[in-house]
Design a protein around this ligand. Structure first.
Ligand SMILES: Cc1cc2nc3c(=O)[nH]c(=O)nc-3n(C[C@H](O)[C@H](O)[C@H](O)COP(=O)(O)OP(=O)(O)OC[C@H]3O[C@@H](n4cnc5c(N)ncnc54)[C@H](O)[C@@H]3O)c2cc1C
Length: 377
């Protein structure tokens, strides 16, 4: 038997074929809207996924860093990440957190390969930290499952109150590749590319036609990216320790006796280990872990949860990530750039995962508006 010789095509060639098949040759031909998304963090990939539901959009994602990379300029891989709403009731952030709960819960329930699971979560409150926003009567208790206020007999030493509910923990090492895979399955072309000015992105669509719309999901780099140069951006440094020990309960506290330091424990899905944190140091760009701080974090976890620490902590690695904070909150708006449009979706600080689907949904609405206006023109 002779084997038939196969011809292998590049990703771009396959996409060109799909586009050719999809383009009707008769009068019903509709021009596609070419979109370039800059950024392959949780914001860029989730935005791509939701935009790709519209077959009239032809989408390219370009980014300096991709899932699988670990770099201080790329925040998403360093996140815990869990779902802990900390917005104020009635704000757009609260809407984003609420609207993102269901898609994440669906993934946790039905899609094991996404690397997301449900976990019981406890938040401990100290009276002396009451200057912060945590309370035992939070706005999100109406939709988070199994909410209850903890009895004083259940509180560890030094803690004055607490709540428990079922939450979600995301393993970024699995979730980001999962999002990327879904983007590829949705006909999005993904390319590694670095831009120095937002206007360059219009020339990077995978077809010969330039992009009509660029989506800016560059996170903290929006501070230095030409054409954006958003000086209201700053890092909020987070330091964590990944350990092999497993704890079926997520824990977070409202504060510690050291300014800008936090205590939290979250076990990731599917052998992803447990993340111990942390800190929230605004304006600090230091990429190297502070090992003295790491000792303090591990000491606090031991006090709070001695059963979990047991014989000791088995450290996999120390890590640092820079949360993309923006004064005034996330920038989610459209802007004219030359002949084209740019939709910004950056500045998610420490809540980029737990608002990801709702923010991406708002981008979809803005793109729809732009396309509607263009077709009226
Ligand atoms: C320690 C820590 C814990 C966290 N915990 C949580 C949590 O529990 N829950 C939660 O919701 N969030 C959490 N976060 C926050 C969350 O990780 C961020 O909000 C989120 O990752 C931001 O994603 P992003 O896609 O906007 O940015 P990024 O992940 O930084 O992605 C930016 C993308 O843009 C690309 N890019 C930038 N500039 C250019 C350029 N010039 N050219 C080409 N490409 C470019 C980059 O390469 C990258 O692909 C945590 C963060 C940290 C550090």
């Amino acid at each position: 038997m002779t084997l038939k010789k196969r011809t292998y095509l590049s990703e771009n060639q396959i996409h060109a074929r799909i586009e050719a098949q999809e383009t009707p040759s008769n009068h019903s031909r509709m021009a596609k809207t070419n979109i370039v998304i800059v950024g392959a963090g949780v914001s860029g990939l989730t935005t791509g996924l939701l935009l790709a539901k519209n077959p009239k959009y032809s989408i390219t994602v370009i980014a300096k860093h991709m899932p699988g990379d670990y770099d201080i300029e790329y925040c998403s891989p360093w996140a815990g990440a869990n779902y802990t709403p900390f917005s104020t009731a009635g704000t757009r952030e609260a809407r984003w957190e609420k609207e993102t709960w269901t898609p994440l819960a669906d993934l946790a329930e039905k899609v094991p390969e996404a690397g997301i699971h449900f976990l019981k979560s406890r938040e401990y409150v100290r009276d002396k930290d009451h200057n912060n926003t945590r309370t035992t009567n939070p706005w999100f208790k109406s939709f988070i499952p199994d909410f209850r206020v903890l009895d004083t007999s259940e509180l560890p030493k030094g803690i004055d109150g607490g709540i428990e509910y079922t939450s979600i923990c995301i393993n970024p090492a699995l979730y980001l590749p999962y999002l990327l895979g879904r983007c590829r399955a949705s006909r999005i072309i993904v390319k590694r590319s670095i831009i120095t000015h937002i206007s360059q992105a219009y020339t990077l669509h995978h077809t010969t036609k330039p992009a009509d719309i660029v989506i800016n999901c560059t996170g903290l780099s929006s501070l230095t990216l030409g054409g954006v140069l958003d000086t209201t951006m700053a890092p909020i440094r987070g330091q964590t320790i990944l350990v092999r020990n497993e704890d079926p309960m997520m824990i977070g506290t409202t504060g510690t006796d050291i300014p800008d330091e936090l205590t939290y424990v979250m076990m990731r899905a599917s052998g992803g280990g447990t993340i111990l944190g942390g800190c929230a140091q605004k304006g600090n760009w230091e990429a190297e872990p502070d090992l003295e701080m790491a000792e303090r974090i591990m000491g606090r976890v031991k006090e709070l949860d001695p059963g979990f620490v047991g014989e000791g902590l088995d450290v996999v690695r120390h890590a640092v990530g820079l949360r993309p904070w923006r004064e005034g909150g996330v920038r989610l708006e459209k802007e004219r750039v030359g002949e084209g449009w740019c939709v910004h979706n950056y500045g998610h600080a420490g809540y980029g995962y737990q608002t990801s689907f709702a923010c991406a949904g708002d981008v979809v609405k803005l793109v729809k508006e732009i396309v509607g206006e263009r077709s009226m023109a």
